[in-house]
Design a protein around this ligand. Structure first.
Ligand SMILES: Cc1cc2nc3c(=O)[nH]c(=O)nc-3n(C[C@H](O)[C@H](O)[C@H](O)COP(=O)(O)OP(=O)(O)OC[C@H]3O[C@@H](n4cnc5c(N)ncnc54)[C@H](O)[C@@H]3O)c2cc1C
Length: 388
């Protein structure tokens, strides 16, 4: 073999030793500690604290945090693997870990001062959950139309406004809150603040009653003259739009991983079921019509996974990944919905009831096309790159 071919890249899905280890440990954890609680968590719309503590102990709540701050010292790709494996069993647990790593910790690692890193990263790696608060009632896709206002006061800032749809808010202690310091400056007034639970003027409000990912908390945040010190400005004043854009560009790779995991989970359940369920005197999986549907679903999943892994590996290599990440999120969320829908179909009546796992995955799949940029917004990003 020539040196050139020896150096040629292998498949994107070929894992290194450390990647194999993290996948195996998260898979083992998900099967032992998440799977038994999936239905109960969906019904009760909550993730038990003991499970969250288990995720901290596993080391998946501070994957990219350097070991010197008490984290796992891993790479972004490790977070993608953890989110995929957890989402295969429960996408609500997947998104808890996703937001913690790909949005909150990612933003602090990239934009945080050394004081902010040493104050917050050890806690975020050991026991404190984080949340990322950009959206508001009147600003979703148009995120930079946000109205939450920060005014300079004394040696800090006073924040007033309301945030909506904030994942992890019920459990979180640390919130990245985006507010504008100058509405006239448009997006150039937006600033990111670190707000800790317990800060006077800060309240976590109503928890949404959702269609899917019900165990993942989604709450309103209320800030009424909430006083935060200057030391809690994340990045520069007026540069919050950069914090938001750059973290969300990466965060959506994690959502792609969540959707790939969900689709794999749905297909796992389905392949087991079609081998067992008999009609017309044989297993329904013996019918070519069923086999072809499963083959198409597996092909869809492989394509989605390649897109997601490619963008994650590009990100870790410091190469541009914006278009690839948008494609990965767009496609994997469509695949998740298609595969979960097929799972419901192939389970027949059993697919429509809560005694079987696939109706939940079908409900869970829908969120992939909405948060961290709707599918239309992903299409807009892709089109912009292609047509520019
Ligand atoms: C369960 C859940 C968890 C969430 N977690 C978080 C979180 O942790 N932090 C956070 O900040 N936000 C979070 N969000 C908010 C989420 O990011 C927004 O819901 C999403 O960005 C869409 O915004 P919107 O709901 O205001 O919809 P809108 O922006 O009103 O969009 C409605 C429809 O219009 C379409 N549309 C809008 N603009 C255009 C356009 N220019 N071209 C074509 N179509 C367009 C959209 O594609 C969509 O189909 C969460 C939402 C949910 C439901």
């Amino acid at each position: 073999m020539s040196p050139e071919t020896a150096d040629a890249p292998t498949s994107l899905t070929t894992l290194t030793e450390d990647e194999r280890l993290i996948r195996a440990s998260v898979r083992e954890f998900a099967l032992a500690h998440v799977r038994p609680h999936v239905r109960e968590m969906d019904e009760q719309a909550r993730i038990p604290r003991t499970l969250i503590d288990g995720l901290f102990d596993l080391g998946v709540m501070g994957i990219e945090v350097p070991e010197s701050y008490g984290g796992s010292g891993g790479r972004f790709f490790h977070a993608v693997l953890a989110v995929e494996e957890l989402s295969r069993v429960d996408p609500s647990v997947g998104v808890l870990v996703d937001v913690q790593n790909t949005l909150v910790i990612n933003a602090i690692l990239r934009w945080g001062s050394s004081d902010q890193k040493s104050r917050l990263l050890p806690g975020l790696s050991a026991k404190r959950v984080g949340a990322y608060a950009l959206s508001e009632a009147a600003s979703g896709s148009d995120a930079f139309a946000l109205q939450t206002r920060a005014k300079e006061s004394g040696d800090g800032w006073t924040i007033t406004g309301r945030k909506l749809w904030i994942t992890n808010a019920h459990e979180a202690d640390v919130f990245i809150v985006f507010a504008t310091v100058n509405p006239e400056a448009g997006y150039k007034g937006i600033t990111a603040f670190l707000v800790e639970r317990g800060t006077p003027g800060f309240t976590v409000g109503r928890k949404e009653d959702k269609l899917g990912i019900r165990a993942s908390s989604t709450c309103e945040l209320i800030l009424e003259n909430c006083q935060v010190p200057t030391a809690n400005v994340l990045g520069d004043v007026g540069k919050g739009y950069k914090v938001a854009i750059e973290t969300l560009n990466e965060g959506r790779i994690g959502i792609g991983a969540q959707m790939v995991g969900l689709a794999i989970g749905a297909l796992d359940h389905t392949t087991a079921y079609v081998k067992e369920r008999k009609q017309f005197g044989k297993a329904i999986g013996d019918f070519q019509g069923v086999q072809f549907q499963i083959a198409r679903a597996a092909t869809d999943i492989e394509a989605a996974r390649l897109l997601v892994y490619n963008s994650a590996r590009l990100r870790d290599a410091g190469q541009p990944f914006l278009t690839e990440a948008a494609m990965g999120k767009l496609f994997s969320s469509e695949v998740a919905e298609r595969v979960a829908s097929l799972a419901v179909n192939l389970f027949g009546g059993n697919g429509f009831v809560k005694d079987y796992p696939v109706e939940k995955l079908y409900r869970d799949a829908k969120i992939g096309q909405i948060y961290e940029g709707t599918s239309n917004l992903q299409l807009q990003t892709i089109a912009k790159q292609i047509l520019s």
